[in-house]
Design a protein around this ligand. Sequence first.
Ligand code: BG6
Length: 470
Amino acid sequence: MQYKELKQFPEKFLWGASTSAYQVEGAVAEDGKSPSIIDMYEHPEDVADFSVASDHYHRYREDIAMFAEMGLKAYRFSIAWTRILPGGTGDVNAKGLEFYGNLIGECRKYGIEPIVTMYHFDLPYCLEEKGGWLNRDTIDAFVNYAKVLFEHFGREVKYWLTINEQNTMILHPGAIGLPKSGELPSKKVMYQQNHHMMLAQAKVMKLFHQMVPEGMIGPALNLTAMYPATCRPEDAIAAHNWEVLRCWNFADVPVYGWYHPLAWEYMKDRDLTPDVADGDREILENAKPDFIAMNYYSTATIAASRGDASDVAARAGDQQIMLGEQGVYRPAENEYVGKTQYGWVVDPVGFRYTLRKTYERYRLPILITENGIGAPDTLEEDGSVHDAYRIDFIREHLHQMKLAITDGVDMLGYCPWAAIDVVSTHQGYRKRYGFIYVDRDEFELKELKRYRKDSFYWYQNVIRENGKSL
Ligand code: BG6
């Protein structure tokens, strides 16, 4: 659809940027923090681990001052469960509360709205040892953790995200690391874990509305619209199959209180349905999010399954690379979109398409909690970083978001990935996302000095003019 005039971004639009605790903080064993599953996973040998990361734990004041200089109106970060409750449940660690209290205070000092992710892939390892998300006790542990967070930070933080990318964790478990045994749980186990996470999320949303009535809470999902590879009807069915299984099934449960019908039949047919206890349905039906948080990186193009090995892509274990599944879908190429050097599809128009589809399905405001391009940036001798590719990527996506707003999509804000360089799970510091460069290599920490990239100044200007010229 073309318009005579584009709508402008809303006055109170949350121009922000994102990070997650384990990818930015470092200090993995400091001040009482216990290990999370991420800390205990098998780490690729030639990639930086999370022990120091970008040292945000010690430098958050300097970092937030830079975010304020960039003009950020919001900062999305995650709280590490393992800092707040090192035992997963039980004793609260005062030092953990103090750190996040200070971080939130620092944001508030500059008028930056803190947006908190409660759980970004980092389950306490002590809970994993007791069965992790397969154990129903983890539901209560998460609710208890949430209660501690709402009690301490509910007055200061208005926007909350329950779980980051539950769909990535369930469908691409290898994308966030491998257990030391090297073995990933079966699909049946993953769908049971998924059910427990859904219950935990529903209970937490309900509790939140009782404890923080003025606040807003929602799930953060990795959403990706699918194109059929051709106008062949079978390709359209396959694209729909995978869009439902990868995306909508994970948003339908929090919003509508039950699984997507097609996904449920898929699970039933393959003996993947979770055990549903008495009262589970009621728990799911009695909670609702206030918004949908969306991590958008790419679209995917899908063809009908051939029912043979050609259904399955050669590469595995990455949240944006579609793997294929016999009898369900097959990944296909799309000559109309670009690709990053890591094989992730670049599709700004697909962003508008995904926003429209999501809003059409749920009629809830949308907050973008991730979007961005990973690249091996170069620090020049004069301290500059010329990341024109990042500026182009974000500009094109923002233009499409403006079109989506004009289409009638209700947008709360935009928090691209990432506020500052963080450790990428697969490529460490060889693949950077931030507006601020952190001077360290994979293993040489140097001084971890911060440098403003060209994109920093560009985004500063976008925020200053509230996106008028996009
Ligand atoms: C998202 C995750 O899926 O992708 C982030 O929520 C992650 O934690 C981001 O960093 C980019 O992925 P990667 O593998 O390039 O770090």
